[in-house]
Design a protein around this ligand. Structure first.
Ligand code: NCD
Length: 531
């Protein structure tokens, strides 16, 4: 037992590298063959069968396929399995998920938690919280598997989907042409495609959905940055006229439980655009297979029942593959398989980069006149924050100045204003703080995240003795004034999960560590509590 997958938490598809995902599909094929052929020698040598290991199913949203296939996969591995879904746990008594899981950890030497939740980013949060708790209490760290979190991701569905597509292309991963149809805004199974499809060398994705339930822009951006060729269509009616149609048509249900109220009057029109009509079939090539993560809505099916018994039906096989995929994943994470893995393991993407740069100051230059004469009194000793929101319009610069003053709590004698730069003719903000010091790194970090690009001048005896340019820090956390804007995120205050916001930087945006929602710099700050 062991291997590179042992004990890893799966919040996202990306928690396995592309090579690791390929390994997964090879092994899933072996499990599938062995189970189909009743090869007990293989089966007995590849099951967990550990009395000290417990699996918990914590499903806060309804599920049939995901839960049952996980349950049966655990049974296949002869693992003690307990279903603690809504109605059977203390979550209904207002307990945080963290409290529930910490307590359950105590009942076995090693545990795994398979969690479906309407709150997003749960497994990523638990991964670190439980590791800390396990270390403090001398327990073995459990691992968590995301079985679908809000509208965010559904990695195990993605693994089974990719395994199924693998079968469709007979193991050839040189290309895939897939159409994603339906509720691309709320459907977590389609969001996970951004990462899952990367195992194919050439990827073409056709997005078929009306604007109101279209694929979120940041996912399209992500797909394009991976080199996928992405096309958009308003409706299936439009798509069937297209000559170059996809091989794989992946339908999703309209996620009625997540659709905003203002869309209710348009639902009939929206449904028509994403539902296949019988008379469309004559315009679709024979080799096409239809897939669906299911359930299919019996009142408003996006795939008509009339084609269930035709060769177009790929979704039944896809659903059964969920069982093999989850057997394989559990075997990997419990270390039953993995020793023979060869290839690139997961690389930690986060590399800490500097955000403070010292600028040159000419200390020999005698200053006859004091520098920074702004305000009521020139600054003789203290700091001056310069180049605030340089180049923005005047109103935006004032907003930034106010944000800095609020967040940094500059409740001291100071002056500030908007000025025109002599050098560039652009407007910029300046805050001068006489007899003031910034001493702690955390204050610089905060300033960098509130006002990237500003410079801090440290002034002694009317001379700038040190000048620093501050840019966006790579990670922002542990500040009570920051918040993720996604109301479904585990760190969103109103979810009361007691998780504080945590962001990492990608380009000039901040992404929530838990739910991955992108934010502009100004969006992460919540000043409402400060006023
Ligand atoms: C999906 C889910 O729950 O995200 N179903 C599933 O897991 N098989 C899709 C859906 O609910 O529409």
């Amino acid at each position: 037992m062991g291997g590179p997958f042992m004990g890893r938490t799966i919040q996202l598809v990306q928690d396995l590298s592309s090579d690791e995902q390929r390994y997964f599909y090879q092994k899933a094929r072996l499990y599938k063959e062995a189970i189909t052929n009743r090869d007990y020698d293989f089966i007995n040598a590849h099951i967990i069968d550990d009395n000290n290991f417990s699996a918990y199913l914590l499903f806060q949203e309804n599920s049939t396929r995901t839960k049952e296939s996980f349950y049966n996969a655990c049974r296949f591995h002869k693992v003690r399995t307990k279903d603690l879904s809504v109605g059977e746990s203390s979550i209904l008594k207002n307990e945080t998920l963290t409290d529930t899981v910490k307590m359950l950890m105590g009942y076995a030497e090693h545990s795994c938690f398979i969690i479906r939740s309407s709150v997003e980013g749960v497994c990523r949060w638990l991964e670190s919280a439980l590791q800390k708790y396990a270390e403090q209490s001398g327990m073995m760290s459990p691992f968590c598997i995301n079985a679908g979190d809000g509208s965010n991701e559904h990695p195990t569905q993605e693994f089974l989907d990719e395994f199924t597509f693998h079968e469709y292309y007979h193991g050839d991963t040189s290309h895939i042409h897939i159409a994603l149809i339906g509720d691309l805004l709320h459907g977590r199974t389609v969001h996970s495609k951004c990462d899952g499809l990367q195992i194919f060398d050439e990827v073409r994705v056709d997005l078929i959905a009306p604007e109101e339930i279209g694929f979120p822009k940041h996912y399209i951006k992500e797909m394009e940055s991976q080199g996928f060729e992405v096309r958009k269509f308003e409706s299936l009616e439009e798509y069937i006229e297209e000559k170059n149609q996809a091989d794989i048509w992946y339908f999703t249900r309209l996620q009625r439980e997540r659709v905003a109220d203002n869309l209710v009057p348009s639902l009939e029109r929206i449904r028509y655009k994403i539902s296949l009509q019988d008379d469309f079939l004559s315009k679709i090539k024979d080799e096409v297979k239809f897939y669906h993560p299911l359930p299919r809505d019996k009142l408003y099916p996006t795939i008509p029942f009339s084609i269930d018994d035709t060769p177009y039906n790929g979704w039944n096989q896809q659903a059964v593959n969920g069982y093999y995929a989850r057997i394989t994943l559990l075997a990997m994470l419990k270390g039953v398989i993995g020793d023979d893995f060869e290839g690139q393991t997961l690389q930690k993407a986060e590399t800490l980069t500097e955000f403070m740069f010292e600028k040159e100051v000419n200390l020999n230059k005698a200053h006859e006149k004091p520098v920074y004469k702004i305000g009521i009194k020139p600054v003789e000793n203290g700091i001056v924050i310069d180049h605030i929101a340089s180049g923005m319009d005047i109103a935006q610069i004032w907003d930034r100045i106010n944000l800095i003053r609020n967040i940094m709590k500059f409740n001291t004698i100071s002056s500030h204003g908007v000025y025109k730069s002599h050098r560039t003719d652009e407007y910029k903000g300046i805050i001068s703080l006489p007899d003031f010091e910034l001493t702690e790194n955390i204050q610089f970090k905060k300033l960098g995240a509130v006002s990237p690009g500003c410079t801090i001048n440290i002034i002694k005896n009317s001379t700038v003795i040190k000048k620093m340019k501050i840019t966006l820090p790579p990670r922002i956390y542990n500040f009570k004034e920051i918040t993720c804007r996604n109301p479904r995120c585990i760190s969103f205050v109103d979810n009361y999960e007691q998780v504080s916001a945590n962001f990492y930087r990608k380009g000039d945006e901040y992404f929530c560590r838990y739910c991955k929602t992108p934010h502009m710099v100004s969006e992460i700050w919540d000043t409402s509590s400060l006023r």
